[in-house]
Design a protein around this ligand. Structure first.
Ligand code: DGJ
Length: 710
């Protein structure tokens, strides 16, 4: 086999894997017919030597290793105490079986093996590339740089969309012009991070949600990473994604292997929204467990913003009563139920129910919750310990630390060295005991500090091992309790990636429940993750984090477009607000098969509007959300044209949220088309071209339009 080729979804991917030569991606882009052969492509992409450079051009490889002699930042830098650094990996064998391929490469001179595994989803065309590096030599191999792969991207992709953010404001997108040299995002936080989500979109200058070519790449990994886009001075562009190894962290003894986390990549010829749909399909089919996919995603109630650390059984029971009354299906008891955890200063690590707060244990609360017909969920932060805890007093040696430097203060807690078997066993036994004692169907798995000094007992850094140990611990718990769903939370959305989603069932998208911020956060997260996995809660009327006051209609309308929950003090809400929340929950329950199973279409709109929708796979049913974030410069808002509908089908258009609707001035389109009553039957073609004039709405209003078969 000399060529690996995938033609799927919107893309073709062709890799030359000639035995004895380095593996080389020769084409990745718009889908080609079988008539275009790798030989045609090789001829059409012939390069030549340029003045002032190498006499003959140097072809790239998947690893961009130094032995090539190509003057670009390498994807692989390994050495044996300063020697054997010029690795050059050649294909030993390559085999494609349908949508998968394995390419085995080695370098006899430096005694390295590097095996690639490729898989292409036949429908979405999403490509997953992973790699395993092996030390085939007789002494230690130190690896300084290790990208899973370096993929070429056409120079026509002039724009880079990267991700930044902070606590309570995750998934911000920054678009910039690609430039000569390297665009580099290094994450050293030991978790996925809020400021450097491991993904990049490379697109044409004019690409938007609904038009243009775009390449999306994501590293499915929840720890330190290096994501880079390098523009060479000969014009070639490479996107390299891999782990980031701290000094001496990747030392492979003879025979040892390191499994690089997968790169998940997609191409779209029709805009960013189509790119996201490919990722969503991939995540839903390849990562979400079938049992989770099959079950309607239950409406959550989370206790955090209602009680924080003030756990009190009668109050929690009263909250559960109210939650059940508005339609909640899962009651999640957040931080504060265990040990001496009456604040964030003590008790973390002591996973026993607090006698002080729950003198009869958790049983009465769990029975109350389940008696109301809800499932019980529980918060854990297994990887952490407060110094003021029985666990730390017994095992101060169990924490990650670096010799000779103080721990960096961070939420009064240290990180446990969970790669140690005895630490993992302790955590497993504690969690297993709680899950065994009560009918608990859900874990919110939190992680609230960076790993500033992730040193192990031998003094060496082990931030990478911490991630694989985390995945292993979660898997062990899932194996023992397969019916329990697990949410990945990390101070909000600091661990929301496809690596952890291979082991968990939902992400807590952000600690900000401010619906205006949430519109942007959820839109950003939806670039790579499907709505069914994005925890979205109705927060308090005055947001605890931003201080912004928002209507229940805005808060609930925003939470509907995700995995809905509520996280506010229901005991303080007015009857009117509770009734409105109950209506929103009922609407979510009716529409969740569509919201979670449909294809998402984000729309191009002016900045003051965020519009997107979900369309059922058979295109019979759709729901579009239009959020008016601020006021507009013109007296009236514009029309919005939907996307993804069947042009030749008739749809009944109705405005289903806010309910009831109050017109600012009347009559308008709502009255003319009876949008809150029988609705109006319109052709899909008209809805996607003429669009729908938006009714005049107050700023900070979200409108939900439903389209049903006429
Ligand atoms: C951070 C999480 O993001 C919050 O939702 C909450 O669970 C707190 N931790 C609890 O300490």
């Amino acid at each position: 086999m000399t060529d690996i080729r995938f033609d799927a979804g919107a893309m073709s991917f062709i890799l030359s894997a000639m035995p004895g030569a380095p593996p080389r991606c020769v084409y990745w882009g718009k889908r080609l017919s079988a008539r275009v052969t790798p030989a045609d492509i090789a001829l059409l992409t012939t390069m030549q030597g340029a003045h002032g450079g190498e006499t003959t051009p140097i072809a790239a490889s998947l690893a961009l290793e130094p032995g090539l002699g190509l003057m670009t930042p390498p994807g692989l830098l390994a050495h044996r105490d300063g020697r054997c650094w010029a690795s050059l990996l050649r294909v030993e064998s390559a085999e494609q079986t349908g949508n998968s391929a394995v390419i085995r490469c080695s370098d006899a001179a430096t005694q390295i093996g590097l095996d690639y595994q490729l898989r292409c989803d036949p429908l979405s065309g999403v490509l997953t590339i992973s790699a395993v590096l092996t030390n085939r030599g007789g002494d230690v191999l130190t690896v300084d740089t290790l990208a899973t792969a370096c993929l070429p991207v056409p120079a026509a992709m002039t724009d880079i969309i990267g991700f930044s953010g902070r606590w309570a404001d995750e998934f911000r997108r920054t678009r910039l012009k690609r430039f000569a040299g390297g665009y580099v995002r290094e994450n050293r936080r030991g978790r996925t991070s809020q400021d450097s989500f491991p993904a990049v979109i490379l697109c044409e200058a004019g690409a938007s949600e609904q038009a243009g070519q775009a390449y999306g790449l994501h590293l499915a990994w929840s720890g330190n990473h290096c994501v880079r886009v390098d523009t060479l001075n000969d014009g070639r562009v490479f996107a390299s994604f891999g782990v980031l190894a701290l000094p001496g962290e990747l030392r492979l003894v003879p025979g040892a292997r390191f499994a690089c986390p997968p790169i998940v990549a997609a191409f779209s010829a029709t805009g960013l929204s189509a790119l996201s749909r490919a990722f969503h399909d991939h995540v839903r089919t390849a990562l979400v467990r079938p049992a989770v996919r099959a079950r309607p995603r239950p409406v959550h109630y989370n206790s955090w913003e209602a009680v924080y650390f003030g756990h009190d059984m009668p109050r929690l029971m009263a909250l559960a009563d109210r939650a059940a009354a508005v339609g909640v299906e899962r009651f999640v008891l957040d931080d504060g139920w265990f040990g001496a955890r009456r604040s964030d200063r003590a008790g973390l690590g002591d996973w026993v129910v607090s006698d002080a707060v729950y003198p009869q244990g958790l049983g009465p609360l769990v029975e109350h919750v389940t008696g109301l017909g809800m499932e019980m969920g529980l918060w854990f932060e297994p990887e952490m310990v407060n110094p003021d805890s029985d666990l730390f007093r017994a095992h101060p040696e169990w924490v990650l630390r670096a010799e000779g430097v103080d721990q960096v203060p961070f939420r009064n807690q240290y990180a446990l060295d969970i790669a140690r078997p005895e630490v993992a066993d302790y955590l497993f036994e504690k969690i297993d005991a709680i899950l065994g004692a009560h009918p608990i169907g859900y874990i919110k798995w939190d992680m609230n500090r960076d790993l500033n000094h992730p040193g192990g007992p031998d003094g060496r850094p082990r931030a990478l091992e911490q991630v694989t140990a985390l995945y292993a611990l979660i898997d062990r718990i899932r194996q023992a309790h397969p019916g329990v769903e697990i949410e990945s939370c990390s101070s909000g959305g600091a661990r929301a990636d496809m690596g952890v989603l291979a082991h968990t069932d939902r992400v807590w998208t952000s600690d900000s429940n401010d619906a205006i911020d949430r519109q942007a956060i959820q839109r950003g997260a939806s670039m790579f993750l499907p709505l069914m996995l994005l925890g979205a809660h109705v927060g308090p009327g005055i947001c605890h984090i931003t201080g912004r006051s928002l209507s229940m209609a805005m808060r609930a309308g925003t939470a509907i477009m995700g995995h809905m929950g509520a996280e506010l003090n229901l005991l303080e809400e007015t009857e009117a607000n509770l009734a409105e929340l109950a209506r929103a929950i009922a609407l979510y329950k009716r529409l969740r098969p569509l919201i979670h199973g449909g294809d998402q279409y984000r729309l191009d709109t002016p900045d003051f509007l965020y519009a997107h929708g979900v369309v059922a796979p058979d295109r019979c049913h759709a729901l579009f959300s239009v959020a008016c974030l601020t006021g507009h410069a013109t007296t009236l808002p514009p029309a919005v044209a939907f996307d993804g509908l069947a042009p030749d089908r008739d749809y009944r258009l109705r405005l289903v949220w806010p309910a009831p609707w109050h017109s600012v001035t009347a009559p308008g389109i709502v009255e003319a088309l009876d949008l809150t009553g029988q609705g109006h039957v319109v052709r899909g073609e008209a809805l996607m071209t003429v669009g729908v004039q938006l009714p005049l709405a107050l700023p900070q209003t979200v409108l939900l339009f439903e389209l049903e078969p006429a």
